[in-house]
Design a protein around this ligand. Structure first.
Ligand SMILES: Cc1ncc(COP(=O)(O)O)c(C=O)c1O
Length: 397
């Protein structure tokens, strides 16, 4: 990326825009899939829509034969609209609209139960369609030694989990899968996931058709970002190697489908955000630049990390700054996109932030300004800039 190109896009699309690298996204999908296939021959990837449900990306996954992991009827609708076959849709999450779940069950989709409230709802559907086989998965919850208590799934030591397992006793219900997902991304927690899942299969004697290990993998990132995490950032291949005990366990048995649900690992490094420097000031010795951009554009989960950063000079005379903070356009005091920048900068320059693909465009609140457009590397519009009416048409005036 060079200043000339950014200046040209700035003229065409405005002083702030996202850039989507779809080739990188494809490459990530294929490489992660290859890594797991090299260890276990029956592995597949489901893209976690919530991470970044840009339809262009969801379509790429469909074209590459991947599954869609959805957590709401809104996301389900998206998968169906872009033509993902039902048998390649996985519905997870703590709340599910059971009217829509019923339809997905009947058309062969995969639904993973999260909590006990779903059991009577599934039984009702089974009773209503006695000639249909209802296949489902159960999300399980156990200690992965990350000092966190996840609120999702059935505690494997609970009576509720036993109650879920007893669904198998109903003639037309089949427990086809076991699912888990944990937010921790370290390699050590992946080893525990695999160990625990295999232990669970032994203990319960179930023969799953699929084992879904969820997401929670780091993706590719620049060294400057890696350094800000307390653990090592594994490669795709290192994650895949944690599945070796899994491959060993099923070496002489029917091999269930091993599913993963990556979101961040596929899309994190596929998006950049560019925004113009509007002002530079010094307040009691602290240099602060204001951008046409906000932390809510790039990091609405407020993880406090400094993303990879590049400055694109636009011809104004630059000055060298130390410990400069890049503040956002909102009126929130804590709205900083980047802290303690050292380098040359001028009003009018563009600042590019890398690794903003996950939980950014989908989480940006409609606060103060509608969101900026998304373009691809060829300058095609992937998502138009939002406008006043996009945000206000549901309000009564
Ligand atoms: C069930 C499930 N699967 C997959 C993901 C994707 O996770 P990540 O972006 O960490 O890969 C999430 C994220 O919350 C999730 O809840």
């Amino acid at each position: 990326m060079d200043s000339k190109r950014i200046a040209q896009w700035g003229k065409q699309f405005g002083d702030a825009f996202y850039l989507l690298d779809t080739a990188r996204f494809q490459q990530n999908f294929l490489e992660l899939k290859e890594a797991f296939l090299a260890v276990y021959p029956n592995a597949a990837l489901a893209y976690s829509y919530k991470t970044n449900y840009t339809p262009k990306l969801c379509k790429i996954i469909k074209q590459l034969g991947g599954y869609a992991e959805v957590v709401s009827d809104m996301e389900l609708e998206l998968a169906l609209r872009i033509g993902v076959p039902e048998e390649k849709i996985i519905w997870n999450g703590p709340y599910k609209n059971y009217k829509k779940v019923e339809k997905l069950f009947l058309t062969g989709g995969m639904v993973n139960l999260d909590s006990v409230y779903e059991i009577p709802l599934v039984k009702e559907i089974a009773e209503k369609y006695p000639n249909k086989k209802i296949s489902l998965g159960i999300r399980v919850n156990f200690d992965i030694k990350d000092h966190m208590v996840s609120r999702f799934g059935f505690d494997i030591f609970s009576e509720e989990f036993q109650e879920a397992l007893r669904l198998e006793e109903i003639e037309n219900i089949h427990i086809a899968g076991i699912h888990c997902h944990f937010a921790s991304r370290s390699l050590e927690t992946w080893q525990v996931r695999i160990e625990q899942i295999l232990k669970l299969i032994d203990q319960t004697g179930i023969h799953p058709e699929y084992l879904d290990l969820g997401g929670g993998l780091f993706g590719r990132m620049e060294e400057s970002l890696k350094e800000q995490f307390p653990c090592k950032i594994p490669t795709y291949q290192e994650y895949a190697r944690t599945a070796e005990p899994f491959a060993e366990y099923f070496s002489k048995k029917n091999k269930p489908l091993l599913l993963l649900e990556p979101g961040s690992a596929l899309v994190g490094d596929c998006m950049h955000f560019f925004s113009k420097v509007i002002n530079i000031k010094t307040v009691r010795g602290k240099a602060i630049a204001t951008l046409l951009g906000s932390v809510y554009n790039i990091n609405p989960t407020l993880n406090g990390k400094n993303p990879p950063i590049s400055i694109y000079p636009m011809g104004e005379i630059q000055k060298h700054y130390y410990n400069l903070d890049f503040g956002g356009f909102t009126c929130i005091e804590s709205d900083y996109l980047y802290r303690n920048f050292d380098g040359a900068l001028a009003v009018g320059d563009f600042v590019g932030f890398g690794n903003v693909g996950s939980y950014s465009v989908v989480l940006k609140p409609p606060f103060i300004l509608p969101n900026f457009p998304v373009i691809d590397l060829e300058g095609n519009v992937i998502k138009q800039a939002e406008c006043f009416d996009d945000l206000f048409h549901t309000f009564e005036f």
